[in-house]
Design a protein around this ligand. Structure first.
Ligand code: HEM
Ligand code: HEM
Length: 187
């Protein structure tokens, strides 16, 4: 058999790969919505694209919360032996920073929505409690931090994706292949 993606050693499991690429798709949609939705001011109503932003954001929070709990009990496959240890440590640190941001960012948005008196729905299926009281200055300032941390997340994702492409096209190792949908399960 050819030495291609189907024979990648120690690939991520199919569930890990599903979580990864579902998060990527949802995040791409979420940024597209965030950058096209109307500016949010005092008195703005959570309708149209803003409502979509809230729902997709809550979906990301739910997905990443489940993914993180699952990940604590399902370690990543062993690192490729060709990767220097300090570099592997940086990659691991980046991954955990991504998990942290993917949880903190929606929570900040949720708190900001609560301080505006908006109900935080996941669609209309799941009414969720307010994280901050209506009119809360803390919830209001978290809206600003939400915008700042969205850029931090984007920068980290840029670094992460560039590293993956560098491994694939320059170093030509199996780093990216073992996260691609076509790779074979490690377990
Ligand atoms: C990972 C998920 C999320 C990402 C990447 C994200 C990203 C963004 C971005 C880029 C903006 C525009 C910031 C600006 O122009 O200043 C924004 C604004 C906003 N987001 Fe999110 N968001 C997410 C989740 C959520 C959630 C779950 C909620 C609420 C339930 C939410 C509520 C808001 C609100 C209310 C604003 C307007 C804030 C303001 O201008 O004061 N976001 N978001
Ligand atoms: C929204 C953007 C992204 C986020 C939030 C994200 C997040 C993550 C996280 C948290 C992990 C660690 C998985 C684990 O061990 O639990 C990971 C692994 C990985 N990601 Fe991403 N990722 C994103 C986009 C991308 C893109 C665009 C690529 C490819 C160009 C990519 C390629 C990889 C690869 C190859 C791994 C495995 C790395 C290794 O084996 O050390 N990711 N990603």
């Amino acid at each position: 058999m050819r030495q291609d993606s189907l024979t990648t050693p120690a690939a991520y499991s199919s569930l890990a790969r599903f979580f990864h690429w579902a998060t990527v798709l949802l995040l791409a949609g979420q940024f597209a919505i965030a950058w096209t939705m109307p500016d949010v001011h005092r008195g703005t109503q959570p309708v149209g694209l803003i409502a979509w932003h809230l729902s997709v954001g809550m979906l990301i929070l739910l997905l990443v919360a489940v993914r993180t709990v699952w990940r604590f009990t399902h370690p990543a496959p062993p690192e490729l032996p060709s990767i220097p240890r300090p570099l592997a440590a940086v990659a691991r640190l980046t991954h955990w920073a991504l998990y942290l941001l993917l949880i903190a960012l929606p929570l900040m948005g949720w708190a900001n929505a609560s301080s505006r008196g908006w109900p935080s729905f996941l669609g209309t299926l799941l009414p969720l409690p307010a994280l901050t009281p209506e009119g809360s200055p803390f919830g209001h300032s978290l809206g600003d931090w939400h915008g700042v941390f969205a850029w931090v997340l984007l920068a980290l994702v840029g670094l992460h994706a560039s590293a993956a492409l560098f491994h694939h096209f320059v170093l030509r190792d199996a780093t990216l292949r073992r996260m691609l949908p076509a790779s074979r399960d490690s377990a």
